[in-house]
Design a protein around this ligand. Sequence first.
Ligand SMILES: Nc1ncnc2c1ncn2[C@@H]1O[C@H](COP(=O)(O)OP(=O)(O)OP(=O)(O)O)[C@@H](O)[C@H]1O
Length: 334
Amino acid sequence: MDFPEEVALIEIADRYRLQELIGAGSFGQVYRAIDTWQHVIVAVKLEPCDFRVNQLENEEEVYGTLKYAEGFPVTHGFGTMDDVNYLVMDLLGPSLEALFHFCGKRFTLGTVLRIALQAVDRLESLHARGYVHRDLKPANFLVGVGEQTSLLYLIDLGLAVPYIDIVTRTHVQYNDEHELIGTPLFSSINLHHGIAHSRRDDLISLAYILLFFVRGSLPWQGIPTSVKAKRNDQLTRAKARAKPSQLCKGLPTPFCVFVEYVMRLEFDERPNYLYIRNLLRQCRSGVVSRAGESENAYDWEQRPEDRGAMYMTISCNVGSVSKATHEPSHPSTE
Ligand SMILES: Nc1ncnc2c1ncn2[C@@H]1O[C@H](COP(=O)(O)OP(=O)(O)OP(=O)(O)O)[C@@H](O)[C@H]1O
C-alpha cells in the first residue's frame, strides 16, 4: 500500500481512520487512529505483507491468549488490506524509553522498583500462557492513558514464541544453535552463546533494563551490536566480566540477590516470581522509609506542571535507541 502524504486519507477496514504516526520500529508503523464506528481513539500497527518476516499475526495470536491479563493492550481487529497487515489495539501512552529520556536518562531507585514489580507481573502472565517475549527493552514497556497512567503495559509480542512444546506439553529442548534474536544491549549471555530463549532470559533482560535505568548506562553499551560472531564475542565477554556485585554497586542487597538469582536460573527452571517480588518489595520498603519518597509517583509524575510538555515532547515515539535483531540473516540495527 502506498501511503499518501496525508495519512488522514487512509481508512483501514472502512473503519479506522489514521491520524498520526506515533511509533515505528523495524517491523511496522504504529498510528493513532479514530474508530469511526465507536468514536474512540485506537492504535493501529501496520506491517507490509511482503516484509521479510511477517509477525503481526503471531502478535495478534499471543495478545489473544492474554485477553484478561492486566497490562497488555486489548486487540480490536486484525486483517489485511491491500498489501498491508493491520492490528488494531488500545492506544497507550509513552514508552519507558521516551520517559527515560524525558527524565534526563536516569530513573530513581523508587521509580525503577515500581517499574520492576509491574514488569515481573507482566512476565509471569506471559510465561503462564506458555510464551517467552524475546525482545524486552524500554521501548516495549508503555504506560497507559487516562485512568491507567500508573499501569505498565508490555507490548510488541511479534517475536514471542512458546517455550512449551504443544504436543508433549513439556519444556522445549535445550539447543545451542540459535542465532541471536532480540535487542543485543539487553540480551542475556545465554543468547549470545546461541542457547534457545527460555523464561530466564526474559528475566535477565529485565534485570539489565532495570540496571540501565538506575545506573544510566550499562558497561557494554557502545560495543557494536552486529550479529557477526566476532563482534558479539566482544559483547559477550563484556557481559561476562560484569559481575552482579559490580553492576549493583550502591544498590540495596536484595536487588543484587535478585540479579544473581535470575542469572543462575537453569534453562528450563520455573522462575520463582514470588521470591523476586519479595526481594524487590524489600528494596522498595527501604527506599520509601529512607527517603520518605512519595509512594505513588513515578519520576516523570513528580512535577505535574511538566506533564503537558512531557506528553507533547514524547507523544511521537518514532525511532528507538535500542533496536532489535529480529531475523538471524539480517544484521541488527544499532
Ligand atoms: N498500542 C500502542 N499505543 C501507543 N503507542 C504504541 C502502541 N504500540 C506501539 N506503540 C509505539 O510504537 C513503537 C513501535 O511499536 P512496536 O514495538 O510494536 O513495533 P516494532 O516494529 O515491532 O518495533 P521494534 O522494531 O522496536 O521491535 C513502540 O515503541 C511505541 O512507542
